[in-house]
Design a protein around this ligand. Structure first.
Ligand SMILES: Cc1ncc(COP(=O)(O)O)c(C=O)c1O
Length: 425
């Protein structure tokens, strides 16, 4: 006999690890409150999206029937050869070297669906449940979700205006050793340029130190640094720092990842990784399992705009535009927040974010009074700072993005936000 009751779905442990991601809640809030000025969204500037450059690249790709058919066909797991060559050249240019001087070829390059996919693949192939990744406190919260998604433990390391503190990193490793957990440490995650959320870059000295630390503490297993250079090219003032990758002459301690989402178009969702020799195979195995290659057409389009010089030209325009937006946000912060006791914020030299600290008693979290006041009454949204901490605190900070709003929208959003802060203090 059959009954009509639906049996519960037996969901996997993997799902359990990945449920209730804050990013989904934030996106839902934005959709449910369309009148809200979002200083939360990590979207890029709308006006400078590269319509002209993309069109020229598409026309070139499709002008020749044979080339067009290749672009419209499936590609390969690590990505299209031409595009990987163009990406390698692009990477070499940023490193101030020629591709030959890098000492490796395109075999070390993998093209991914945004750099997010590489972050996820790195977690998948390196971390078992209970393994450990050291992260700056605060750090990119979506990556904290990736770690959670594979059942790994994120151990927060104190950070300041020069990025992750290397003395605190060393202390954390000593503690893990004392707790008998050193063999579980697999990764150190570093957002090396204008990080998300604080907008600060790791100093030159710390870049060298973090590589040295990873090498020295690699006792039974190699501890890899996952260098996330998502915002490297969004540089507005200050020096162009060398990558953490360049501080590792062996090339075997750093997984480097970068994206064209911020510098060109997130709609294309092309990112890339430069991987140590013995990591490329495992990453491609796993990627083969997931999608056996990211969108071939999009990769080739990026390859074309890199080759034509359209990318570099466009990037200059993008940066000029973001300087105006950053300045609009900083000026508005000065105007509306400087009289709020305890309010302080970072002046970023690049990237998309301003990190603001509010009076200590104020809770910026989803369930605090400020979030409700800001979204429901003032009509402005931010990302609560607590989301970016491995262990979920402190609660009196917020990340403000100047990416997608116009300068006027930024000014109005900051005015509303300061009003909401005053209303709950
Ligand atoms: C620090 C950081 N890394 C990686 C990404 C992923 O971007 P994408 O997958 O579009 O390359 C983001 C996106 O906001 C980010 O902020």
């Amino acid at each position: 006999m059959t009954d009509n009751h639906l049996r519960p779905v037996s969901l996997s442990r993997r799902w359990h690890y990945a449920r209730e991601q804050a990013i989904s809640f934030l996106m839902q809030q934005a959709v449910e409150n369309p009148q809200v000025i979002s200083l939360a969204a990590g979207l890029v500037d709308f006006e400078t999206l590269p319509v002209h450059e993309a069109l020229a690249g598409v026309q070139e790709l499709l002008a020749d029937k044979d080339r067009a058919r290749h672009a419209l066909q499936y590609g390969t797991t690590p990505g299209a050869d031409d595009a990987r060559r163009a990406v390698l050249q692009h990477f070499a240019r940023q490193e101030g070297r020629t591709p030959d001087q890098l000492g490796f070829d395109t075999a070390r390059v993998v093209l991914t669906t945004g750099s997010q996919q590489l972050l996820s693949l790195a977690c998948e192939v390196l971390l078992d449940p209970g393994d450990i990744c050291l992260v700056a406190d605060p750090t990119y919260f979506v990556f904290l979700g990736n770690l959670q998604g594979v059942g790994a433990e994120a151990v927060g390391v104190a950070a300041d205006d020069d990025g992750m503190r290397t003395d605190a990193l060393e202390a954390a490793l000593r503690q893990l050793e004392a707790a008998g957990k050193l063999e579980r440490v697999k990764l150190i995650y570093v957002v090396s340029y204008y990080d998300n959320p604080r907008g600060v870059s790791m100093s030159g000295q710390r870049r060298r130190e973090v590589v040295d630390i990873a090498r020295r503490w690699s006792r039974t297993q190699r501890i890899l640094i996952l260098e996330d250079a998502a915002y490297r090219e969004l540089r507005y003032d200050g020096p162009a720092l060398p990558s953490v990758w360049s501080c590792d002459p062996t090339g075997e301690h750093v997984i480097y990842t970068q994206t064209f989402s911020k510098s060109f178009s997130p709609g294309l969702r092309v990112g890339f990784g430069i991987l140590p020799q013995d990591v490329i195979g495992p990453v491609c195995d796993r990627k083969g399992n997931e999608d056996f290659g990211s969108a071939n057409f999009n990769q080739r389009l990026i390859g074309k705009v890199l080759e034509s010089g359209g990318f570099e030209q466009h990037l200059q325009e993008v940066c000029r535009n973001y300087v105006r937006k950053r300045d609009a946000m900083l000026e508005a912060a000065e105007e509306h927040f400087s009289s709020i006791p305890g309010a302080a914020w970072v002046h970023p030299a690049g990237g998309l974010y301003v990190w603001m600290t509010l009076p200590e008693a104020l809770d910026t979290g989803f369930n605090g009074r400020l979030f409700e006041e800001a979204v429901k009454r003032a009509g402005v949204m931010y990302v609560p700072g607590g989301l970016f901490y491995a262990a979920g605190s402190p609660r009196n900070q917020m990340r403000l993005s100047f990416g997608v709003q116009t300068p006027d929208g930024i000014r109005e959003g900051m005015r509303r936000l300061a009003g909401a802060v005053r209303a709950v203090t």
